[in-house]
Design a protein around this ligand. Structure first.
Ligand code: SAM
Length: 459
């Protein structure tokens, strides 16, 4: 592979003799890794290699066709580059994870960092997973649905669109749009877009995003800034700017030497010739000032349009939920769908809905029609659904046929709503009608590729 001359010069300058090992590593196949969903533990053991810096991370021996694994569609794991799973360790060292926190993932699509965050936060913490570009926001919503957590909410804004919230969050993660040098091994053609001017543009854009974002962090709260690039103009120089111009306090992390993560002046850099992962940079900061939380519900703004469901409706939906879950249910004013959130987050939901446009709260349970619930696709994937729902377990081939919306064996499907499961994990809904089965898997989620008769699973 031929890399842009100025990129080679940049890496020579940055790495000295190590540049040979660096460029050689770019010629080797990228490792394949997944993040396991702790909310959906697998009912079998696997001997996959562990990612050192994230207990939910696993390497696969080769890249399978993920589309042909029903467990991928069930959200039991997310396909994610290993270095960027380091966010969990950084968060663990910055904040007290036994507390219920308010966390913003500002640049969240397609969702990897949000999955990492949700996997370490307490069940009553709030994670607002935000993405500015609408098409990418739709992908984010789909991935968050698959992960299945009622405390991950999504919104479609930039930092400016969230500013009404004021200094609201205990932790803000800015996984910034960057020049992407760290992904050149996976996508060598991306190097064609690279130029020193593009790096400068990315660096300046990051400063603007970061400056807008700092206003959203409460005094004493934390900022994590990350990129998937190597150059210092975006990484360390922006981190230095955060310290000097934005008056943030850099946080030093304590990392085992054998992880081979390089400490830079203000952050931590991952190089592919030193560890099993792609290029990644991360720096942590604390905002100065005395910790104080924003009082919810007292801020000015539009009246919250959130309407709670009636007692009767609450009784009607109760059997669909795991019995130990304390929930609040809101009716969406336009769609009539019921959104479920942890009861402890009701005030946060009202506060955020008052201040922020284009927000999606919690998990959609479904809609009530004549006191009967029509379950939503997202509910099949929820970690809060009841384990006692009427369900039909399918084998791998049948599960793939379900996901492709091909006909299912009618004799296997009892009458009424049935949760389709594969290895115990929910995939979606069908309704048995006796002589026919209606498949409610969303058209835009379904498998499009042809399903081969045989293939080998990596599990
Ligand atoms: N955090 C994501 C993950 O782990 O899957 C990857 C995020 S990607 C590196 C950067 C994201 O920033 C993109 O989704 C991009 O649309 C978004 N973005 C671009 N301009 C932005 C802006 N001005 N403010 C906030 N986000 C922006």
């Amino acid at each position: 592979m031929t890399w842009p001359d100025q990129f080679v010069q940049q890496m020579q300058h940055q790495l000295g003799e190590a540049q040979n090992a660096f460029f050689e590593s770019l010629e080797t196949p990228p490792p394949v890794s997944i993040l396991l969903n702790p909310g959906k533990p697998l009912p079998f053991s696997s001997d996959l290699d562990l990612v050192r810096w994230n207990s939910h991370g696993r390497y696969l021996p080769s890249r399978p066709v993920f589309t042909l694994d029903p467990l991928f569609h069930a959200g039991t794991y997310y396909v994610m580059e290993a270095s960027s799973m380091f966010l969990a360790e950084a968060v663990r060292q910055c904040v007290d994870l036994s507390q219920d926190l308010k966390v913003l993932d500002l640049a969240a699509a397609p969702g990897g960092k949000s999955m990492v965050l949700a996997s370490v936060l307490s069940a009553d913490s709030l994670l607002l997973s935000n993405e500015v570009i609408n098409s990418r926001y739709q992908t984010l919503k789909y991935n968050v649905s698959k992960w299945g957590y009622p405390n991950i909410w999504t919104s479609n804004n930039d930092a400016e669109g969230l500013k009404q919230l004021g200094p609201y969050f205990d932790l803000v993660v800015v996984d910034a749009p960057c020049s992407g040098e760290g992904l050149f091994r996976r996508e060598p053609e991306a190097a064609n877009e690279w130029s020193p001017e593009h790096v400068q543009h990315c660096s300046a854009r990051q400063k603007k995003i970061l400056a807008d974002t700092i206003e959203l962090i409460r005094p004493g709260g934390y900022l994590i800034y990350s990129t998937c690039t190597f150059n210092t103009l975006e990484n360390d120089q922006n981190a230095e700017w955060l310290k000097k111009e934005m008056d943030l306090q850099p946080i030093e992390l304590n990392l085992p030497e054998e992880w081979n993560i390089q400490a830079t002046a203000f952050g931590y850099q991952f190089f592919p010739h030193l560890l099993k992962g792609e290029g990644f940079f991360l720096a942590c900061f604390q905002k100065k000032g005395n910790p104080s939380s924003v009082k919810e519900g007292k801020s000015k703004g539009n009246r919250s349009s959130l309407q709670k469901i009636s007692k009767k409706e609450k009784t009607a939906i109760r059997p669909w939920l795991a019995p130990d879950k304390d929930f609040t249910a809101f009716l969406h004013p336009k769609t009539g769908e019921i959104h479920l959130i942890p009861a402890s987050l009701e005030e946060s939901a009202r506060h955020i809905a008052r201040q922020v446009k284009k927000i999606h709260l919690g998990t959609i349970l479904g809609s009530l029609k004549r006191d009967q619930l029509v379950p939503a696709p997202a509910w099949a994937l929820s970690i809060w659904k009841s384990e006692k729902l009427s369900s039909v377990e399918l084998g791998e081939m049948e599960a793939l046929q379900f996901l492709k919306k091909n006909p299912l064996p009618v004799e296997k499907i009892p009458k009424g709503w049935q949760l389709i499961t594969y290895r115990g994990q929910g995939l979606g809904w069908v309704k048995g009608l006796g002589k026919r089965v209606n498949n409610y898997y969303p058209n835009n989620w379904r498998i499009l590729m042809d399903i081969p008769q045989e293939h080998t699973s990596f599990w």
